[in-house]
Design a protein around this ligand. Structure first.
Ligand code: FPP
Length: 228
């Protein structure tokens, strides 16, 4: 279940926490923190892709985020509406393929259209993947996969995993959570079974490629110890 011999994680999940606190510390509205958070995605993901990571999954909007104040939810959806396309276009131009995990039916039709257009823009099906979790919840994903797999008869690991949003993506070797909390918050619960977990106090808008490289170095050391 471990990554390849070079100690490079095949798949990293990132919980981008701390946008609200980043904004509050600057006496700005929380939405300003989310805007800063979006700007930070491409630079950090680019470092991961250049390092050779095959897939990065970003926790952009959880099923629980819907329960936040209406103003904040509306601001987050509007940010997705305005920034998702330019952001993913840049990632695709850098050679990535963009995928989505989650129940997109929650989002307004225009946002769903944007997601469909983005998927249609993918040209290289063999490229490294940037997987964006939108209205994603781990428990909901497991229940959905179980229901789907049960329709086909006997549930095996293979049939079950083929019904997860992450079907076909590489093994999740590493999870990084910014913002100081030490929990998974319903992120990739099934996939996290063998993941190495990394928590940093850095707030997501302040997290950068340099810190990611430091965590990747730590990952490679943990991996080597595991092999002994
Ligand atoms: C956690 O910060 C972050 C989120 C709830 C959302 C993360 C979303 C993005 C970075 C933008 C997604 C948009 C696109 C276009 C992909 P928090 O608000 O919980 O911060 P706090 O813990 O400091 O309050």
């Amino acid at each position: 279940m471990r990554s390849d011999a070079q100690g490079i994680p095949r798949h990293i999940g990132i919980i981008m926490d701390g946008n609200g606190r980043w904004a509050q510390r600057r006496l700005l509205p929380r939405s300003a923190g989310h805007r800063a958070g979006v700007k930070n995605i491409t630079p950090v993901v680019t470092v991961a892709l250049e390092y050779g990571v095959q897939c990065v999954t970003l926790y952009a909007f959880s099923t629980e985020n819907k329960n936040r104040a209406k103003d904040e939810v509306d601001a987050l959806i509007d940010l997705i509406r305005k920034r998702l396309k330019p952001m993913t276009r840049e990632l695709i131009a850098r050679g990535a393929r963009v995928a989505f995990s989650g129940d997109s039916s929650y989002f307004p039709q225009d946002v769903r259209d944007i997601m469909e257009e983005i998927v249609a823009e993918n040209t290289d099906t063999t490229a490294q993947v940037v997987n964006i979790a939108l209205d994603y919840g781990g428990r909901e994903e497991i229940l959905r996969a179980a229901r789907e797999a049960a329709k086909d008869g006997e549930i095996t690991a293979e049939t079950f995993e083929s019904k997860l949003y992450t079907a076909g993506l590489p093994e999740l070797d590493m999870i990084v959570r910014t913002g100081g909390e030490k929990r998974l918050s319903n992120f990739l619960l099934y996939q996290a079974a063998y993941s190495e977990l990394f928590f940093t106090d850095t707030l997501w808008p302040d997290f950068n490629g340099e810190e990611l490289i430091a965590l990747l170095n730590e990952f490679s050391k943990r991996t080597r110890r595991f092999g002994k």
